[in-house]
Design a protein around this ligand. Structure first.
Ligand SMILES: [Zn+2]
Length: 379
């Protein structure tokens, strides 16, 4: 659902190199924080045209994968706001081919980056749809709390939605999502607020997590877990056993909280892989979140379709009479097979028209001297 822009080659070149004498943990190698340091260098050389070119490529990949609604977190920690300008232009240019929601996302913090508050306000004035924050990256706990309150007040004031990268760390003292819940209740913003990542929840004690999850439910917040990025970024400071560092998906779901699967990065300093397919993210969550029960696998489909539609506030979404004819057809006979095979999207339909098509692969094996077709399905 969400994406960052960038290129993996910068991972090797800048800021950090793995030191074989010190431990990788001490250097934060492969962590979120290393990614942010690399990106902070990269931002300085962004150009509007280059950003647009890269985003256009990924949007095409996403559409081919059946994704028609994208929430993208756009870095505002650039005095020239080049990425914001590029994405706003692009949002206009693509028209109704896809729906793009843009988040003003302060990658280096709101209070910890020079002019951060002003840049956030400016991005909102320019026309972004959603307000973000990154409280766990702010210089102090107090700044983190203030950044959440600033972002939510800004969104409430302008009638916008909120999507905050929150507690994306293995530090169990990172507790900003409780501030989000309290502010959502206080400002009456239930249904319009999303907390993304919240990986620290993995490390909270159970008593605290129980209370928190009840408050998230009470606040009517949406949660987004990002299995691809967080399976690779978290636990980087651990020695064995290495934590999975994933939010508490099953507990949140069973408490009735709306939980979605996000894609997050595509080939950038945080995640070198990916091709914009939410089904691939759902497949990873089936393993990483141990959602391997029959009903749990079915739930994964909701987590990349109707649940995020609710978080994005999409209207007329779903396979009901009167809904928009936006859909995709998998080359698989059942939902289980669609997940198991990360099956190709045979057809993607937007407002009743075919907008993408994939010919499923034709695979054969030579068996007993004869060439036979294999479709990876049970007989
Ligand atoms: Zn993210």
């Amino acid at each position: 659902m969400s994406g960052r822009i960038g290129r993996s080659k910068f991972k090797q070149g800048l800021a950090f190199r793995r030191c074989w004498i010190c431990s990788s943990a001490a250097r934060g190698w492969g962590s979120l924080f290393e990614g942010i340091a690399i990106w902070a260098e990269r931002v300085k050389t962004l150009s509007v045209d280059d950003v647009k070119r890269r985003v256009r490529t990924v949007l095409r990949w996403q559409l081919a994968n059946g994704v028609q609604f994208v929430r993208s977190h756009v870095d505002v920690c650039d005095p020239e706001l080049r990425a914001v300008r590029a994405l706003l232009e692009l949002r206009e240019e693509i028209g109704d081919q896809m729906t793009l929601q843009l988040v003003a996302f302060p990658q280096q913090g709101i209070l910890s980056f020079e002019g951060g508050e002003e840049l956030m306000r400016k991005a909102v004035e320019m026309g972004v749809d959603v307000v973000g924050a990154i409280p766990h990256f702010e210089l102090t706990r107090e700044y983190g709390e203030r950044s959440v309150k600033f972002a939510m007040a800004l969104a409430a004031d302008k009638g916008l939605r909120v999507d905050i990268h929150c507690d994306e760390t293995d530090d169990d003292h990172s507790r900003f999502v409780e501030v989000m819940a309290a502010e959502t209740i206080r400002l009456g913003m239930g249904g319009r607020v999303t907390a993304s990542h919240t990986t620290a929840m993995h490390s909270y004690n159970n008593a605290y997590a129980y209370r928190l999850i009840n408050n998230l439910k009470r606040a009517g917040m949406h949660m987004v877990t990002n299995p691809l990025d967080n399976a690779t970024l978290q636990g980087r400071f651990d020695s064995y056993p290495i934590r999975r560092g994933h939010t508490r998906v099953k507990e949140l779901l069973s408490a009735g909280v709306n939980v979605c699967v996000g894609h997050d990065s595509v080939m950038d300093p945080w995640y070198p892989l990916g091709y914009g397919d939410p089904m691939q993210a759902a497949f990873v969550l089936a393993h990483y979140g141990q959602m391997s029960g029959h009903d749990e696998l079915r739930t994964l489909i909701d987590m990349i379709t109707r649940n995020p539609a609710e978080a994005l506030g999409l209207e007329d979404y779903g396979l009901e009479v009167g809904c928009r004819a936006d859909l995709c057809a998998f080359a698989a006979p059942t939902e289980m097979d669609a997940i198991r095979l990360v099956a190709p999207r045979k057809l993607v339909v937007r407002a009743g028209k075919v907008v993408a098509r994939t010919e499923p692969a034709h695979t054969t094996v030579v068996w007993d001297g004869r060439e036979e077709q294999v479709d990876f399905l049970k007989p």
